[in-house]
Design a protein around this ligand. Structure first.
Ligand code: NPG
Length: 373
């Protein structure tokens, strides 16, 4: 397909409650959408980079800049760009996986809409609804945490992910188990906050073994595969990696070294949804379950995550919560969950597109990029 042009849209989306993790505290989702215009269809993608470079080195202003300066020009000069072809065309630009992933998604979406094929079908999805969970950030007190979780459980969620860090781990986990029992699937995410921790902090991770957790996510540093392998040999609870899994090769290495036995897959972190499928495939070949991580996406990114999560190996609930968990008004028709299940949108491509009226409300900047400048 010839890309006639593409538009970068910056959205200001207030979050219903601030999301506090060890790497970020977001009260407003500063979102970046990509709209690709071709003769036969338009396509949409979302760049999951956050406002600040605290989860990885990417951040939304930087992503918009790298797209305009380096990535979009590499696509606009060609007369026939395909979804499969986006990665290779951008490969000489080092890094920036979230920016690249958004462009690949938008081109793929346009291609699929023109062909009348859904993204789930194209990726090899096997289910039309997926199990989902909810991630809870840091709360100021145990009581506040329990209240937030009670709300999510009342909404029907059956899997909760807690942020943990040294000093906030055993106590909140024990309180959640005490209050909600063992029917609630519970996992924790440390975002590398135990990297370089002292023995007492690491002893807390051992103590978490007594709480029947689904997994402990990314306790140590992004590049500390040996440390994760050693920790995994001590813990009964499976170790899952997120930030460390930056590509298919990284997944193979981490699994071969015994650094993880579960993998969190995020298309933005690995450079695109097609690479995410390859990560899924190598995990599945090795019997490693995967689940779809979340980055506070709007409905555009959420729709793409659902398609990815419909693949066979996604056997654990992902961080793909309902739109209302994040925004009073989503930029797409709202995604709902019932009893911890979410339906995939029907229709070609990602199956949704922005609601014009809402887009007008939340869009704070548009930048049009075309070959003619
Ligand atoms: O529900 O989309 C969501 C958030 C899920 O906790 C979640 N994401 O480390 O995976 C993570 C975490 C995150 C939150 C990452 C904020 C970056 C910023």
């Amino acid at each position: 397909m010839k890309i006639e042009g593409l538009e970068l849209l910056r959205l200001r989306m207030p979050l219903v409650t601030p999301f506090r993790s060890s790497s970020a505290s977001e009260a407003v989702r500063d979102a970046l959408l990509v709209r690709v215009v071709t003769p036969s269809a338009e396509g949409w993608g979302e760049c999951v980079a956050l406002s600040h470079p605290t989860y990885t080195s990417e951040y939304v202003d930087g992503a918009a800049s790298i797209m305009a300066t380096y990535l979009a020009p590499r696509l606009l000069v060609h007369n026939d760009v395909t979804g499969e072809g986006v990665g290779p065309l951008l490969a000489d630009v080092q890094g920036h996986p979230m920016a690249k992933a958004a462009l690949e998604m938008a081109v793929l979406d346009a291609e699929l809409r023109a062909d009348g094929e859904s993204l789930a079908a194209r990726l090899g999805g096997v289910r039309d609804r997926v199990e989902v969970g909810v991630a809870v950030g840091f709360e100021p007190s145990i009581e506040a945490l329990l209240e937030v979780i009670a709300g999510h459980v009342d909404d029907g969620y059956r899997r909760v992910k807690l942020k943990i860090a040294p000093g906030w781990d055993v106590e909140p986990v024990a309180a959640v188990r005490e209050r909600f029992g063992h029917d609630l699937a519970l996992q924790v995410d440390a975002n590398s906050s135990y990297a370089g921790a002292d023995r007492s902090a690491l002893a807390a991770l051992d103590a978490l073994d007594d709480f029947d957790l689904v997994l402990v996510e990314q306790p140590l540093a992004v590049d500390d595969l040996v440390g994760h392998a050693a920790l995994g040999a001590d813990l009964r609870t499976p170790i899952c990696l997120d930030e460390s899994i930056t590509s298919t090769g990284a997944a193979e290495t981490a699994i071969e070294l015994g650094a993880c036995s579960v993998v969190n897959i995020k298309a933005g972190r690995v450079g695109g949804v097609l690479e995410a499928v390859r990560v899924h495939d190598v995990c599945r070949q090795r019997g490693v379950p995967v689940w779809c991580g979340g980055m506070l996406e709007t409905g555009i990114g959420r729709a793409a995550n659902l398609a990815l999560a419909s693949l066979e190996g996604f056997t654990l609930p992902g961080d793909i919560s309902a739109s209302r968990r994040y925004f009073d008004v989503d930029v797409t028709p709202p995604f709902e969950q019932v009893g911890g299940w979410m339906d995939l949108p029907a229709g070609p491509g990602i199956g949704v597109e922005p609601l014009e009226g809402v887009l007008e409300e939340v869009c704070v900047h548009r930048q049009w990029l075309s070959a003619s400048g």
